[in-house]
Design a protein. Structure first.
Length: 301
Protein backbone atom coordinates (compact mmCIF):
# COMPACT_ATOMS: atom_id res chain seq x y z
CA UNK A 1 0.00 0.00 0.00
CA UNK A 2 1.44 3.38 -1.04
CA UNK A 3 1.35 5.99 1.73
CA UNK A 4 2.36 9.64 1.36
CA UNK A 5 4.10 10.00 4.70
CA UNK A 6 4.71 13.72 4.24
CA UNK A 7 0.99 14.46 3.94
CA UNK A 8 0.24 12.35 7.01
CA UNK A 9 2.99 14.10 8.97
CA UNK A 10 1.58 17.52 8.06
CA UNK A 11 -1.92 16.43 9.12
CA UNK A 12 -0.53 15.01 12.35
CA UNK A 13 1.36 18.22 13.16
CA UNK A 14 -1.73 20.34 12.52
CA UNK A 15 -3.89 18.15 14.74
CA UNK A 16 -1.35 18.13 17.57
CA UNK A 17 -1.15 21.93 17.43
CA UNK A 18 -4.95 22.16 17.69
CA UNK A 19 -5.09 19.74 20.63
CA UNK A 20 -2.44 21.71 22.50
CA UNK A 21 -4.24 24.98 21.77
CA UNK A 22 -7.49 23.53 23.13
CA UNK A 23 -5.75 22.31 26.27
CA UNK A 24 -4.44 25.76 27.18
CA UNK A 25 -7.27 27.94 25.83
CA UNK A 26 -10.18 26.50 27.78
CA UNK A 27 -10.92 26.15 31.46
CA UNK A 28 -12.28 22.59 31.32
CA UNK A 29 -12.09 20.76 27.97
CA UNK A 30 -13.17 17.17 27.32
CA UNK A 31 -12.54 14.82 24.42
CA UNK A 32 -15.46 12.92 22.91
CA UNK A 33 -14.84 9.20 22.53
CA UNK A 34 -17.30 7.45 20.23
CA UNK A 35 -15.18 4.27 19.93
CA UNK A 36 -14.88 4.53 16.13
CA UNK A 37 -11.82 4.79 13.90
CA UNK A 38 -11.75 8.60 14.08
CA UNK A 39 -11.86 8.48 17.89
CA UNK A 40 -9.03 5.95 17.84
CA UNK A 41 -6.90 8.29 15.72
CA UNK A 42 -7.85 11.31 17.86
CA UNK A 43 -6.88 9.50 21.07
CA UNK A 44 -3.57 8.45 19.51
CA UNK A 45 -2.87 12.05 18.47
CA UNK A 46 -3.74 13.35 21.93
CA UNK A 47 -1.35 10.89 23.56
CA UNK A 48 1.37 12.04 21.16
CA UNK A 49 0.58 15.71 21.75
CA UNK A 50 1.18 15.54 25.50
CA UNK A 51 3.65 12.65 25.84
CA UNK A 52 5.17 11.76 28.27
CA UNK A 53 2.50 13.45 30.39
CA UNK A 54 -1.02 11.99 30.46
CA UNK A 55 -3.76 13.55 28.36
CA UNK A 56 -4.85 16.67 30.31
CA UNK A 57 -8.58 16.11 29.82
CA UNK A 58 -10.96 13.18 30.27
CA UNK A 59 -12.75 11.19 27.58
CA UNK A 60 -16.54 11.38 27.33
CA UNK A 61 -18.68 8.63 25.84
CA UNK A 62 -22.39 9.22 25.33
CA UNK A 63 -23.80 5.72 25.79
CA UNK A 64 -27.27 5.28 24.32
CA UNK A 65 -27.34 1.66 25.58
CA UNK A 66 -27.73 0.56 21.93
CA UNK A 67 -24.08 0.39 20.89
CA UNK A 68 -22.63 -2.81 19.43
CA UNK A 69 -21.41 -5.13 22.18
CA UNK A 70 -17.98 -5.18 20.53
CA UNK A 71 -17.83 -1.39 20.78
CA UNK A 72 -18.25 -1.40 24.56
CA UNK A 73 -15.72 -4.21 24.99
CA UNK A 74 -13.23 -2.34 22.79
CA UNK A 75 -13.85 0.93 24.67
CA UNK A 76 -13.12 -0.63 28.03
CA UNK A 77 -9.97 -2.34 26.72
CA UNK A 78 -8.61 0.88 25.19
CA UNK A 79 -9.26 2.86 28.37
CA UNK A 80 -7.44 0.23 30.40
CA UNK A 81 -4.52 0.02 27.95
CA UNK A 82 -4.04 3.79 27.74
CA UNK A 83 -4.83 4.55 31.38
CA UNK A 84 -7.32 7.19 30.23
CA UNK A 85 -9.97 8.81 32.38
CA UNK A 86 -13.38 7.91 30.94
CA UNK A 87 -16.75 9.46 31.73
CA UNK A 88 -19.76 7.49 30.49
CA UNK A 89 -23.03 9.40 30.34
CA UNK A 90 -26.50 8.04 29.55
CA UNK A 91 -29.77 9.95 29.45
CA UNK A 92 -31.47 8.02 32.26
CA UNK A 93 -34.75 9.84 31.76
CA UNK A 94 -34.80 8.67 28.16
CA UNK A 95 -34.11 5.08 29.21
CA UNK A 96 -36.85 5.21 31.86
CA UNK A 97 -39.29 6.62 29.28
CA UNK A 98 -38.53 3.68 26.99
CA UNK A 99 -37.03 5.77 24.18
CA UNK A 100 -35.53 3.38 21.63
CA UNK A 101 -34.61 3.24 17.92
CA UNK A 102 -37.66 1.16 16.94
CA UNK A 103 -40.81 2.64 18.47
CA UNK A 104 -39.68 6.21 19.16
CA UNK A 105 -38.67 7.13 15.62
CA UNK A 106 -35.11 7.74 14.51
CA UNK A 107 -35.21 11.52 14.94
CA UNK A 108 -36.74 11.48 18.42
CA UNK A 109 -34.44 8.70 19.58
CA UNK A 110 -31.38 10.62 18.32
CA UNK A 111 -32.60 13.85 19.90
CA UNK A 112 -33.21 12.32 23.33
CA UNK A 113 -30.44 9.73 23.63
CA UNK A 114 -27.69 11.60 21.79
CA UNK A 115 -28.32 15.35 21.53
CA UNK A 116 -30.02 15.91 24.88
CA UNK A 117 -27.62 13.47 26.53
CA UNK A 118 -24.58 15.33 25.17
CA UNK A 119 -25.89 18.74 26.24
CA UNK A 120 -26.72 17.40 29.70
CA UNK A 121 -23.31 15.76 30.10
CA UNK A 122 -21.44 18.91 29.14
CA UNK A 123 -23.56 21.04 31.49
CA UNK A 124 -23.42 18.56 34.37
CA UNK A 125 -19.62 18.41 34.31
CA UNK A 126 -19.14 22.07 33.41
CA UNK A 127 -17.10 21.46 30.25
CA UNK A 128 -16.55 24.59 28.18
CA UNK A 129 -15.00 22.85 25.16
CA UNK A 130 -15.68 19.45 23.60
CA UNK A 131 -13.01 18.01 21.30
CA UNK A 132 -14.38 15.65 18.65
CA UNK A 133 -13.35 13.56 15.69
CA UNK A 134 -15.68 14.92 13.02
CA UNK A 135 -14.21 15.47 9.56
CA UNK A 136 -15.33 17.90 6.86
CA UNK A 137 -15.48 15.21 4.18
CA UNK A 138 -18.08 13.13 6.06
CA UNK A 139 -21.21 15.13 5.31
CA UNK A 140 -22.10 18.50 3.78
CA UNK A 141 -23.19 20.21 7.01
CA UNK A 142 -19.96 19.12 8.71
CA UNK A 143 -18.09 20.87 5.91
CA UNK A 144 -19.46 24.18 7.25
CA UNK A 145 -17.71 23.73 10.58
CA UNK A 146 -14.66 25.68 11.66
CA UNK A 147 -11.91 23.87 13.54
CA UNK A 148 -12.90 25.91 16.59
CA UNK A 149 -16.67 26.01 16.28
CA UNK A 150 -18.60 28.32 18.60
CA UNK A 151 -21.80 27.16 20.29
CA UNK A 152 -24.38 29.61 21.63
CA UNK A 153 -26.10 29.14 24.99
CA UNK A 154 -27.86 25.79 25.02
CA UNK A 155 -25.08 24.37 22.81
CA UNK A 156 -26.84 25.58 19.67
CA UNK A 157 -24.86 25.93 16.44
CA UNK A 158 -25.45 28.75 13.97
CA UNK A 159 -23.44 28.22 10.77
CA UNK A 160 -23.88 31.91 9.85
CA UNK A 161 -22.03 32.98 12.98
CA UNK A 162 -18.90 30.93 12.43
CA UNK A 163 -15.74 32.89 13.14
CA UNK A 164 -13.14 33.37 10.39
CA UNK A 165 -10.00 31.27 10.66
CA UNK A 166 -7.32 32.99 8.63
CA UNK A 167 -3.86 31.48 8.37
CA UNK A 168 -4.62 29.14 11.26
CA UNK A 169 -5.43 31.99 13.62
CA UNK A 170 -8.02 30.69 16.07
CA UNK A 171 -10.41 32.78 18.16
CA UNK A 172 -11.02 30.77 21.32
CA UNK A 173 -12.67 33.44 23.48
CA UNK A 174 -16.03 32.60 24.99
CA UNK A 175 -18.81 34.83 26.29
CA UNK A 176 -20.83 33.67 29.32
CA UNK A 177 -22.79 30.45 28.57
CA UNK A 178 -21.02 29.93 25.25
CA UNK A 179 -19.04 26.73 24.63
CA UNK A 180 -16.74 25.52 21.91
CA UNK A 181 -16.51 22.42 19.75
CA UNK A 182 -13.00 21.61 18.56
CA UNK A 183 -12.29 19.41 15.53
CA UNK A 184 -8.57 18.58 15.27
CA UNK A 185 -8.99 16.17 12.33
CA UNK A 186 -11.33 18.36 10.27
CA UNK A 187 -8.94 18.36 7.31
CA UNK A 188 -8.44 14.59 7.24
CA UNK A 189 -10.28 12.28 4.85
CA UNK A 190 -11.46 8.71 5.39
CA UNK A 191 -8.45 7.48 3.43
CA UNK A 192 -6.09 9.64 5.52
CA UNK A 193 -7.54 8.08 8.67
CA UNK A 194 -7.00 4.52 7.46
CA UNK A 195 -3.51 5.22 6.12
CA UNK A 196 -2.54 6.79 9.43
CA UNK A 197 -3.96 3.80 11.30
CA UNK A 198 -1.78 1.60 9.10
CA UNK A 199 1.38 3.69 9.55
CA UNK A 200 0.98 4.10 13.30
CA UNK A 201 -0.37 0.59 13.94
CA UNK A 202 -3.35 1.99 15.86
CA UNK A 203 -5.79 -0.59 17.27
CA UNK A 204 -9.31 -0.24 15.86
CA UNK A 205 -12.56 -2.04 16.54
CA UNK A 206 -12.85 -5.51 14.93
CA UNK A 207 -16.22 -4.46 13.49
CA UNK A 208 -14.30 -2.58 10.79
CA UNK A 209 -13.06 -5.86 9.35
CA UNK A 210 -15.12 -8.39 7.43
CA UNK A 211 -16.32 -11.65 8.88
CA UNK A 212 -19.60 -13.63 8.86
CA UNK A 213 -22.18 -11.78 10.95
CA UNK A 214 -25.95 -12.24 11.46
CA UNK A 215 -27.82 -9.60 9.45
CA UNK A 216 -31.29 -8.84 8.15
CA UNK A 217 -32.00 -6.92 4.99
CA UNK A 218 -34.11 -3.80 5.55
CA UNK A 219 -34.71 -2.03 2.27
CA UNK A 220 -31.26 -1.81 0.71
CA UNK A 221 -29.46 -1.87 4.08
CA UNK A 222 -27.92 -4.77 5.96
CA UNK A 223 -28.52 -4.45 9.72
CA UNK A 224 -26.66 -6.68 12.15
CA UNK A 225 -28.78 -8.37 14.80
CA UNK A 226 -26.53 -7.78 17.79
CA UNK A 227 -28.81 -8.89 20.62
CA UNK A 228 -32.28 -10.18 21.49
CA UNK A 229 -33.79 -6.68 21.61
CA UNK A 230 -33.84 -6.42 17.81
CA UNK A 231 -37.45 -6.96 16.62
CA UNK A 232 -37.75 -9.29 13.64
CA UNK A 233 -40.65 -8.61 11.27
CA UNK A 234 -42.52 -10.48 8.53
CA UNK A 235 -41.08 -13.83 9.60
CA UNK A 236 -37.57 -12.70 8.74
CA UNK A 237 -34.61 -14.57 10.12
CA UNK A 238 -31.01 -13.32 10.41
CA UNK A 239 -28.63 -14.81 7.87
CA UNK A 240 -24.86 -14.96 8.03
CA UNK A 241 -23.22 -12.59 5.54
CA UNK A 242 -19.60 -11.57 5.20
CA UNK A 243 -19.81 -7.92 6.20
CA UNK A 244 -17.96 -5.11 7.88
CA UNK A 245 -18.80 -1.56 9.00
CA UNK A 246 -17.42 1.68 7.58
CA UNK A 247 -18.74 3.71 10.52
CA UNK A 248 -19.92 2.73 13.98
CA UNK A 249 -22.88 3.90 16.02
CA UNK A 250 -26.03 2.41 17.49
CA UNK A 251 -26.35 -1.03 15.97
CA UNK A 252 -30.01 -0.78 14.81
CA UNK A 253 -29.14 2.42 12.93
CA UNK A 254 -25.79 1.46 11.41
CA UNK A 255 -25.76 -0.59 8.23
CA UNK A 256 -23.05 -3.04 7.28
CA UNK A 257 -21.49 -3.44 3.86
CA UNK A 258 -20.64 -6.72 2.20
CA UNK A 259 -16.89 -7.07 2.11
CA UNK A 260 -13.90 -9.38 2.08
CA UNK A 261 -11.53 -6.84 3.67
CA UNK A 262 -9.92 -8.36 6.76
CA UNK A 263 -6.88 -6.09 7.12
CA UNK A 264 -6.17 -2.37 7.11
CA UNK A 265 -4.50 -2.65 3.70
CA UNK A 266 -7.58 -4.32 2.23
CA UNK A 267 -9.88 -1.73 3.83
CA UNK A 268 -7.87 1.07 2.19
CA UNK A 269 -8.13 -0.56 -1.22
CA UNK A 270 -11.86 -1.05 -0.75
CA UNK A 271 -12.47 2.55 0.36
CA UNK A 272 -10.50 3.87 -2.61
CA UNK A 273 -12.95 2.13 -4.93
CA UNK A 274 -16.26 3.29 -3.43
CA UNK A 275 -18.00 6.56 -4.21
CA UNK A 276 -20.45 6.84 -1.31
CA UNK A 277 -19.42 8.50 1.96
CA UNK A 278 -19.24 6.22 4.97
CA UNK A 279 -22.13 8.25 6.44
CA UNK A 280 -24.38 6.67 3.79
CA UNK A 281 -24.63 3.68 6.13
CA UNK A 282 -25.84 5.78 9.07
CA UNK A 283 -29.63 5.73 9.17
CA UNK A 284 -29.81 8.82 11.39
CA UNK A 285 -28.57 10.95 8.48
CA UNK A 286 -31.29 9.90 6.08
CA UNK A 287 -34.47 11.33 7.57
CA UNK A 288 -34.44 14.21 5.13
CA UNK A 289 -31.95 16.24 3.16
CA UNK A 290 -30.98 18.65 5.94
CA UNK A 291 -31.43 16.32 8.91
CA UNK A 292 -27.82 16.48 10.07
CA UNK A 293 -27.73 20.26 9.98
CA UNK A 294 -30.97 20.43 11.99
CA UNK A 295 -29.53 18.04 14.56
CA UNK A 296 -26.35 20.10 14.84
CA UNK A 297 -28.27 23.34 15.40
CA UNK A 298 -29.92 21.61 18.37
CA UNK A 299 -26.58 20.57 19.85
CA UNK A 300 -25.74 17.28 18.14
CA UNK A 301 -22.02 16.84 17.64
Amino acid sequence: MRVDKQILKELENESIEILREAAVAFRKPVMMYSIGKDSSVLLHLARKAFYPSPIPFPLLHIDTTWKFKEMIAFRDQVVADTNSQLIVYTNKEGVEAGVNPFTSGVSEYTRVMKTVALRSALDFHGFDAAIGGSRRDEEKSRAKERIFSLRDPGHRWNPREQRPELWRTYNTRLAPEQTMRVFPISDWTEIDIWRYIYEENIPVNPLYFAKPRPVVERGDQLIMVDDERFPLINNESPVMRNVRFRTLGCYPLTAAVESTATSVEEVVEEVLNVKLSERATRLIDGDNEDSMEKKKTEGYF
